[in-house]
Design a protein around this ligand. Structure first.
Ligand SMILES: [Fe+2]
Length: 427
């Protein structure tokens, strides 16, 4: 059990039970007959599905509705593909908004390739059923969590190498994590927001539009954040910066403000910087000193510049650095502006820079991932008249242990040493 009681994993028994309830309670509103069947391969092993294949079928004949395991290729509409790719889709809420399905598929295909999700079936899906399935998708998406098996997820997302590199060098680059189209949309939204506020830099960007809500949950960057900061990591700040030609205005530093030396052996904070144009040496990219996090201290005056490397990457890529690695903003020698979004996260036990705003409408139009980074899933800042939130305490302890074990597996570190028995503290 790797979820809170009101959440579930995609295609798990709890998900299927909820799907059954969803259709049965709407029996008098299901419209014209339809059938939909889905089959996803390479599901995470902990779900315990035969051959790691996740499948289900819903069938409504106008009289009876059935929801069951198993794939039926003769259904009116079918969907097949890779589980992790399908889970990316399952965590999208708002599918009935104009253009939302196309945008979702574009981003999934950017990450997993053109054949990651395939649609088929015998045809004959009535329009009422298409709308119904959109509503079903959204209702389930609000409660569907990311794959908690970090090793499996990273492997399916092609990020195993990146996690190892991030540990060794203090940073890594995920090339083309989002499509060029989405990068253009985020850039336009960023400039719109900065201009409205007459600002060069701005924080609290999550609250300035749908583009930012979606970017901040990017599943690839979140895998690096889970791997470096643990589960329940919170938004420290989502900030925007625009800059024109000239010298960089952020000198060599680490992101560990107010952290005493020596820095801890584990990572406290990490930042993903999104490239919304191609990053080259001339564009004034971030420069990083590889491996400098191992010093576990900030650079001394004048130290490190001759060891820095420029981060060069195509539009739609993200560089993620963490753990007190040394970095600075480079000089820009070409014309035009560099526009960036800085996705700064903290380990969940720390405070944030920005106050977190848990707007119920925002939570409703997003999957649990957004709530997690706004502190909804842990027990901090929560208490009722009956006392501490032990349910969230126990949940996060279990999830962290699973996440940590899987990270050790990625890094080839073997079993973790015995820790505190947190379950005993709860009982
Ligand atoms: Fe920084």
């Amino acid at each position: 059990m790797h979820t809170l009681p009101h959440h579930f994993e995609f295609m798990s028994d709890a998900w299927l039970a909820e799907a059954r309830t969803w259709f049965e309670t709407r029996r008098d509103r299901l419209g014209e007959p339809f059938s939909v069947s889905e089959r996803m391969t390479d599901a995470p092993p902990h779900l315990g599905l035969p051959e790691d294949v996740a499948s289900w079928t819903v069938r409504w004949d106008g009289q009876e509705v059935s929801v069951a395991r198993g794939f039926d290729a003769s259904a009116a509409a079918t969907c097949e593909g890779d589980y992790q790719a399908a889970l990316m889709a399952a965590q999208v809420v708002g599918l009935q908004a104009p253009g939302a399905v196309d945008a979702m598929l574009r981003e999934i295909r950017t990450v997993f390739g053109p054949d990651a999700i395939r649609f088929g079936g015998a045809g004959g899906m009535p329009e009422s059923a298409v709308r119904l399935m959109g509503t079903f998708h959204d209702d389930m998406g609000r409660r569907t969590v990311e794959n908690p098996d970090l090793e499996h997820r990273a492997r399916r997302q092609g990020l195993t190498r990146h996690i190892r590199e991030m540990e060794e060098q203090g940073y890594t680059v995920i090339e083309r994590a989002i499509s060029e189209t989405f990068a253009d949309q985020v850039r336009e939204a960023t400039l719109r927001t900065l201009t409205q506020h007459q600002a060069t830099t701005l924080n609290w960007m999550t609250y300035h539009g749908r583009e930012f809500e979606q970017l901040v949950q990017n599943p690839l960057l979140m895998t690096l954040i889970d791997a470096s900061l643990g589960r329940g990591a919170v938004i420290a700040s989502i900030s925007a910066i625009r800059r024109g030609p000239g010298p960089g205005f952020i000198p060599m530093h680490t992101d560990y403000a107010h952290v005493p030396e020596p820095y801890p052996e584990f990572s406290l904070t990490g930042v993903g910087v999104w490239a919304l144009e191609d990053w080259t040496v001339a564009s004034g990219p971030t420069w990083i000193v590889p491996g400098s996090h191992k010093h576990r201290r900030p650079p001394r005056p004048g130290e490190g510049h001759n060891q820095g490397v420029p981060v060069e990457m195509p539009k739609g890529s993200v560089v993620y650095f963490h753990h007190g690695v040394w970095h600075w903003q480079g000089d820009r020698t070409e014309a035009g502006e560099r526009v960036t979004i800085h996705s700064h996260f903290n380990r969940g036990i720390l405070r944030s820079l920005e106050p977190r705003k848990t707007d119920v409408q925002m939570l409703h139009r997003n999957p649990p991932r957004l709530g997690e980074m706004l502190g909804e899933d842990d027990w901090f800042d929560k208490m009722s008249a009956a006392g501490r939130d032990y349910g969230r305490f126990a949940y996060m302890a279990r999830l962290q242990a699973f996440n940590d074990a899987k990270k050790r597996e990625i890094l080839g570190q073997g079993e973790a040493p015995a820790g505190q028995d947190l379950a005993a503290l709860v009982s």
